[in-house]
Design a protein around this ligand. Structure first.
Ligand SMILES: Nc1ncnc2c1ncn2[C@@H]1O[C@H](COP(=O)(O)OP(=O)(O)OP(=O)(O)O)[C@@H](O)[C@H]1O
Ligand SMILES: [Mg+2]
Length: 260
């Protein structure tokens, strides 16, 4: 079994994955000797076609997959938080209790309140999860992950179920939270625009390895109107084997937003 170790704290590195293998049957591997490094505070977006192994990698990094085989190793920091496409809030606990679930000490409730305020959910502490909208539930999930002050945030399509405008608000929020808390981030997304807007680096998973590793060197506000944005978009879509026809709804929304 591959080794999985928390508590990596050497130098500037937050994540070090070496030679990671995972297969579910004899037909072939999903992860085939994957290497990945993420620096402290670095925001990495992970893209790849459906079934390429993105969630498999994330689960291995989160320590949720005990059957990862091979001689490989996964080194991550001690404090790791995970956010999924659905909020996974416990329906029988109020929002604040969800955020602080498992935390001990008198300061927990106060920290939870602060985290909820940071994601714009002040005053909703006593609400039940079903009383929140989808976007609000995801914000509560973000608060739950950040209240633990993670050194690594793993997010598997956290905004995938949200409408385009709510997504844009979540992008702004996530960037602000990351600037404030500086966790290393691995964000799985299907959306190349989301990757370019948020990440310092975009990696492309293909055939069970990191096929491409592309630095996003846009400074300041990242606008689709910037020709460098468009060039990156075309390149990433090409990596995914898709032609850039400027026709995705999110791209249009960003375009309109930039124009207005
Ligand atoms: N528990 C499992 N048992 C058997 N096969 C699995 C299991 N988990 C994942 N797989 C297979 O591994 C491959 C990669 O799955 P994974 O969920 O990592 O893909 P993904 O890149 O996250 O895809 P998507 O973009 O659709 O979410 C798929 O072929 C999937 O069927
Ligand atoms: Mg997945």
């Amino acid at each position: 079994m591959a080794t999985h170790a928390g508590g990596l704290s050497t130098g500037t590195s937050a994540v070090r994955v070496r030679d990671l293998h995972r297969s579910f049957n004899k037909a072939g591997g999903v992860l085939n000797g994957l290497d990945l490094d993420i620096a402290r505070g670095e925001f990495v977006a992970l893209i790849g076609r459906s079934g390429s192994g993105k969630s498999t990698l994330l689960r291995a990094m989160a320590g949720l997959d005990r059957d990862v085989a091979g001689h490989g190793s996964v080194r991550v920091p001690r404090q790791v938080s995970v956010v999924f496409q659905d909020s996974r809030l416990l329906p029988w606990r109020r929002v604040l209790e969800n955020v602080t679930f498992g935390m001990r000490g008198r300061a927990a409730a106060e920290k939870g309140r602060q985290a909820l305020a940071e994601v714009g959910l002040e005053g909703r502490e006593r609400a039940w999860p079903h009383e929140l909208s989808g976007g609000e539930q995801q914000r509560a999930a973000l608060a739950r992950s950040l209240v633990r002050e993670p050194e690594l945030l793993l997010a598997d399509e956290p905004f995938g179920a949200l409408d385009a405008l709510t997504r844009i608000r979540m992008h702004v929020l996530l960037r602000r939270l990351c600037e404030a808390h500086r966790p290393a981030v691995l964000l799985v997304t299907h959306d190349v625009d989301e990757a370019i807007v948020l990440a310092d680096r975009v990696i492309v998973l293909d055939d069970g390895v990191v096929r491409s590793d592309i630095r996003i060197d846009l400074t300041g506000r990242r606008s689709q109107a910037d020709p460098r944005f468009a060039a990156l978009r075309t390149r990433l879509l090409a990596e995914l084997g898709v032609e850039d026809d400027h026709d995705t709804s999110l791209a249009e929304t960003y375009g309109k937003k930039a124009a207005s």
